[in-house]
Design a protein around this ligand. Sequence first.
Ligand code: GDP
Length: 219
Amino acid sequence: MDHPEFTADEIARGEELFKAPSEFVKGVVSIAALPDEGTPEIAFAGRSNVGKSSLINALTSRKTLARVSVTPGRTRELNFFTLGPESELYLVDMPGYGYARAPKSEVKGWTQLIRDYLRGRRQLKRVFLLIDARHGIKANDRDTMKLLDEAAMSYQAVLTKADKPKQSELQAVIAKTEDELSKRPAAYPQILVTSARTGSGIPELRAAVATLAPNGVVP
Ligand code: GDP
């Protein structure tokens, strides 16, 4: 139940994909500024403070690729990074949502950006929706899930900070999350369980991303 089974080959492909140095491409604050060369993308979304920056840094083995926030929810842009030996994918770090102390006008702006991006992005292959393993799915995660379902945009839940809860609590959150996702039309049935701190689940998440890379990522 913890980790879906990946073959050794899939794990190796994931490792290969993330071995190449990821580079920052651009930060986008408006839909008009999105890259348009057709490179396939995968995106990471979640509530602010869910551990998204830490997870992206663990995936890419970089300490500072995505800024680990001092103030939660500091990133307000869609940040594009290259992925893979031939930059065959873009990794998109989305602004964290649900940061209560941000000014209303600002929240409105980036909520609209997220909505527009998730609704109409053909090259977006899957959204990895990060969920804090201590808390499970929250109301604003459901808002995002609703948007993704309505857009028929494929998404997969990734539990973060799995080192924090007790084993029994973790198992309960996994079961509850899987149950809720099984009722969601665009949700991928398997969830991934990760910890940026211990590295558990990172090879599996890399493998899941690699299944979405165009052909050519060979170990
Ligand atoms: P973001 O706002 O979603 O980008 O979240 P950050 O990556 O900035 O992390 C938010 C807080 O959670 C920071 O204090 C991190 O040190 C902590 N954190 C992130 N990942 C983990 C993890 O895997 N385990 C634990 N125990 N803490 C984590």
